[in-house]
Write a protein that binds this ligand. Structure first.
Ligand SMILES: [Zn+2]
Length: 304
């Protein structure tokens, strides 16, 4: 028996990845009871709702999402998924426990056959099955899959569509630009996994310049985390740590003392230096950023 809850950090992680997230109700506590089965997900299963979603109908989308999370169908108790994605590329998040979305699942990608509601996080794309998937929505779906798979410790090979796992002939996600499947056109999952893999890649140097030019979704802590994930930046930070620890612990030298105390007190200071480096336009290469940090470190030290 294993029944987990999705990480409470999921909404924050999705937002940090640039998604617009609407949390519906007490999402974490929402789920099928453990008496109905386990929940130990290793993959993400993508579905379509089967209803045409018009762009700009935000109130309709929210009420539809609530229906999926809280009402369900007479033959299929809610929640019917963990998340739902509208054509406006908004993610509605409404369940953190087991959901009724997958039924019995065939093996696909890196995920074994079994109880699909145990094995998968389910996301319902608000699509009729024959309507064109907007590029923004497709991208948001790839980001959602990437963030959840990362949290689950799985690779993009654990992203799948319901048509691949269904034992009852489901054909979602339908995609007019997709590949043939039993007389329908469905999403090309190989292509989708490549999109998931490309958004899962570690933040690149360009991400730092994006911060400076970027929109309101970026804040300092997001940059900190992105920077910390970069091996090269982490190496610089480590070297600064070593340098700081070597500084003389001379109480009489107040400037050094203040610098070391401030540095150790504020765990964001190191990245703060990096932020300043970025702010100063030093985002061309890692070397530029490294030089900027070094200069600032030296500027903070007393002149002999
Ligand atoms: Zn489905």
């Amino acid at each position: 028996m294993t029944y987990i809850r999705l990480p409470a950090t999921l909404p924050a992680r999705l937002r940090e990845a640039g998604l617009h997230v609407v949390v519906v109700g007490d999402w974490l506590a929402t789920g099928r009871p453990a008496s109905k089965g386990d929940f130990d997900p290793v993959g993400v299963l993508n579905h379509h709702t089967g209803s045409f979603d018009r762009s700009g109908d935000l109130a309709d989308d929210l009420s539809y999402a609530k229906h999926l999370f809280h009402e369900g169908r007479p033959d299929l108790p809610a929640p019917n998924c963990h998340a739902s994605l509208s054509v406006e590329a908004t993610v509605y998040l409404g369940a953190g426990g087991r959901a009724n979305h997958a039924g019995t699942a065939k093996s696909v990608g890196s995920v074994a056959a079994g109880d699909g509601n145990e094995l998968y996080v389910g996301i319902e794309w608000m699509l009729s099955g024959t309507q064109k998937i907007p590029a923004d929505m497709y991208h948001a779906g790839a980001v959602f899959n990437a963030v959840v798979l990362d949290l689950l410790g799985s690779s993009p090979q654990a992203a799948a569509c319901h048509y691949q796992t269904s034992v009852t002939g489901k054909w979602d996600i339908g995609d007019p630009d997709g590949i043939p499947f039993h007389g329908q056109k469905v999403m090309d999952v190989d292509k989708f996994r490549r999109a998931v893999a490309s958004v899962s890649a570690k933040p690149k140097a360009t991400r730092l310049s994006n911060f400076w030019d970027g929109g309101p979704q970026w804040d300092v802590r997001i940059l900190d985390r992105a920077a910390e994930q970069r091996d090269d930046v982490r190496a610089v930070v480590k070297r600064i740590d070593v340098a700081v620890n070597k500084l003389p612990k001379n109480e009489g030298n107040t400037l050094v003392g203040q610098f070391v105390a401030g540095y150790k007190k504020d765990r964001h200071l190191r990245m703060g230096l990096l932020n300043t480096a970025v702010k100063n336009g030093r985002h061309g290469t890692v070397e530029h950023v490294r030089d900027e940090i070094r200069h600032q470190l030296f500027d903070a030290l007393p002149k002999r």
